[in-house]
Design a binder for this molecule. Structure first.
Ligand code: C5P
Length: 426
C-alpha cells in the first residue's frame, strides 16, 4: 500500500521513526512528509534512509512532478504523527502552506489518520477540541492521545500513542491486514504464487464485489454483488501461477489466500486503484459490480429526519466507466495487456442476451466479455453461474457453467489461450 506519513513538529517525531519502520517492514511503500518544524527534531536524512525515498517539505521541490497533487492522488493511506495543535488547526481550516497541508487537501477518498501529541493544556484547549471535532466530522480519524509523562515535568493526556498502536489503527482503517502485508507484487507474492502454470510470471489484477457510494457517514447506495465470482477468479489465476492482485470492493466472502488484496469502497476509489494497478498488470479482469451512479452530494453528517423540512431527494451523477478507461489507457500507451469485462444481461423483445452483449463488447472495446444471463432463477450471491465468453476478435462464443470455481477455471483457461495466441509470455 502507498502510504504518506506526515510528521509534525513535536518531540514525539523521534518515535515516528519506529512507526515508519513498522510500515516499511510490513512491505508498505512510505513517503515521509515532515513539516519544517519536524525536521528540527528529526532530520531529512533519517526519513530518507528509513523510507528509501527522497524527502521534502516544500511544494517548490520537484515542481515538474506537481508533487502534492501526485502524492495526494496516489496515497492509499495518510498517517499524520505527531499531529501537533498547529497541524490539526491547519488541516481543519484547509490551509495549504507547505507540502503536507497541500497533500492533505489533495487526498481524495483515501483514509486519513491523525495521531495527536501535545501538552495537555493545548490538547484540552477549546480551539484544538473544535479543530478535532471538525476533522472527525469530515471522516478523518483523529486518535485520542495517550496519557502519561509529557516532555517537561508535566503529565496527563497528550502523549503520542505507541507506534505499534498507531500502526494497527492505521492498517485497520485502511482495511489492510497488519500482518503480513503484501502490497506491491514482488518476491513475497511470488513465494505464494505457483511457480508453474499457464500464467506463471504474469501479474493479474482482478476487481471483485460491489462498490458502495456514500450518502452520509452511515448510509450508502450499494448493489447485491457477493464477490464470489471475482474471488473464484483470483483463486483460479493464482492456481495458474499468476501473481494476483484483488481489488476488493464490498464482498460477502473472504479473499483467497496467496493474493494481494487492495480494499476499495467506491467506484472512484476502484478507478484509482485499477488505473494504478494497470501499470504492471498483464491481465485485468473487471468482475466488480461498479455503481454506474453516485450521489451528487455526500453529507458530512447523518441526514436527519425532520418534520419542518421536506424529505431529501437524492440526485445522482454518473461514475466513470473504469473498464473503458483501462482500455483507452492501454491503447494510448500501446501496452500488451489483456482486458476482460463482465456483463450481466437480460434479453427483451428487441434482442436476445447475446445481441446486447455483443453491442456492449463493441462499446467497451475490451478483449473478452464474460456474459452472465441474469434471469429469474439466476440471482446474485448464488454459488453457481452460467456464462458465455465473447471475444473481440469475433471467435465463436464459448459457454461455461457450473460452480463459480468451474466458471473461473474456464475463464482463466480462455485467458491463457488468448495470451498464448496474442501475447506469448516472456
Ligand atoms: O456497462 P456495464 O455496467 O454493464 O458493464 C459491466 C462491466 O464494466 C464490468 O466489467 C464492470 O466491472 C465494468 N464497469 C466499469 N465501470 C463502471 C461500470 C461498469 O468498469 N462504471
Amino acid at each position: 500500500m502507498r502510504i504518506v506519513l506526515g510528521v509534525g513538529g513535536g518531540i514525539a517525531a523521534y518515535k515516528v521513526a519506529s512507526l515508519l519502520r513498522l510500515f516499511t517492514e510490513a512491505g508498505h511503500d512510505v513517503t515521509v512528509i515532515p513539516t519544517e518544524a519536524a525536521t528540527r527534531f528529526v532530520g531529512v536524512a533519517t526519513w530518507e534512509a528509513l523510507s528509501g525515498h527522497p524527502v521534502s517539505n516544500s511544494v517548490f521541490d520537484e515542481v515538474h512532478t506537481v508533487n502534492h497533487v501526485r502524492l495526494g492522488h496516489e496515497a492509499e493511506l495518510i498517517v499524520v504523527a505527531p499531529a501537533t495543535a498547529d497541524l490539526l488547526a491547519r488541516a481543519a481550516t484547509g490551509q495549504a502552506n507547505d507540502l503536507l497541508s497541500n497533500t492533505l487537501l489533495m487526498a481524495g477518498g483515501c483514509p486519513v489518520l491523525m495521531a495527536p501529541a501535545m501538552h495537555t493544556e493545548m490538547w484540552q484547549h477549546p480551539a484544538t477540541q473544535a479543530n478535532v471535532e471538525t476533522l472527525r466530522s469530515r471522516g478523518i480519524t483523529v486518535l485520542e492521545p495517550a496519557s502519561g509523562r509529557l516532555t517537561g515535568s508535566d503529565s496527563g493526556p497528550g502523549r503520542l500513542p505507541e507506534p505499534e498502536a498507531i500502526f494497527e489503527a492505521a492498517l485497520a482503517l485502511a482495511g489492510a491486514p497488519s500482518v503480513p502485508a503484501t502490497p506491491p507484487l514482488s518476491a513475497s507474492d511470488a513465494l505464494l504464487a505457483s511457480p508453474r502454470g499457464p500464467l506463471a510470471g504474469l501479474t493479474v489484477t482482478i476487481s471483485a464485489g460491489g462498490t458502495r457510494e456514500p450518502l452520509d457517514p452511515v448510509r450508502f447506495l450499494g448493489n447485491r454483488s457477493s464477490g464470489k465470482q471475482g474471488v473464484a477468479l483470483a483463486a483460479a489465476a493464482r492456481d495458474a501461477g499468476a501473481k494476483v492482485r484483488l481489488l476488493a470492493a464490498h464482498m460477502d466472502v473472504p479473499p483467497p489466500a496467496g493474493v494481494n488484496v487492495v480494499k476499495v469502497e467506491t467506484a472512484l476509489e476502484l478507478r484509482k486503484a485499477a488505473l494504478h494497478a494497470a501499470a504492471d498488470s498483464d491481465v485485468i479482469i473487471m468482475a466488480a459490480a461498479v455503481a454506474d451512479f453516485r450521489p451528487a452530494d455526500v453529507s458530512g453528517t447523518k441526514i436527519k429526519k425532520r418534520d419542518d423540512v421536506a424529505d431529501p431527494v437524492i440526485s445522482l451523477v454518473r461514475n466513470p466507466d473504469i473498464l473503458r478507461e483501462l482500455v483507452e489507457t492501454r491503447d494510448a500507451a500501446s501496452r500488451r495487456q489483456l482486458i476482460v469485462g463482465f456483463a450481466a444481461e437480460t434479453g427483451d423483445a428487441d434482442g436476445d442476451v447475446l445481441d446486447y452483449a455483443a453491442a456492449k463488447l463493441r462499446r467497451k472495446a475490451c478483449d473478452l466479455l464474460v456474459v452472465n444471463h441474469v434471469g429469474q432463477d439466476k440471482v446474485f450471491g448464488e454459488d453457481t453461474n452460467s456464462v458465455v465468453i465473447l471475444s473481440r476478435t469475433g471467435s465463436e462464443p464459448q459457454e461455461a457453467s457450473g460452480s463459480k470455481s468451474d466458471v473461473a477455471a474456464a475463464v482463466i483457461d480462455r485467458i491463457s489461450a488468448e495470451l498464448s495466441r496474442v501475447v506469448p509470455p516472456a
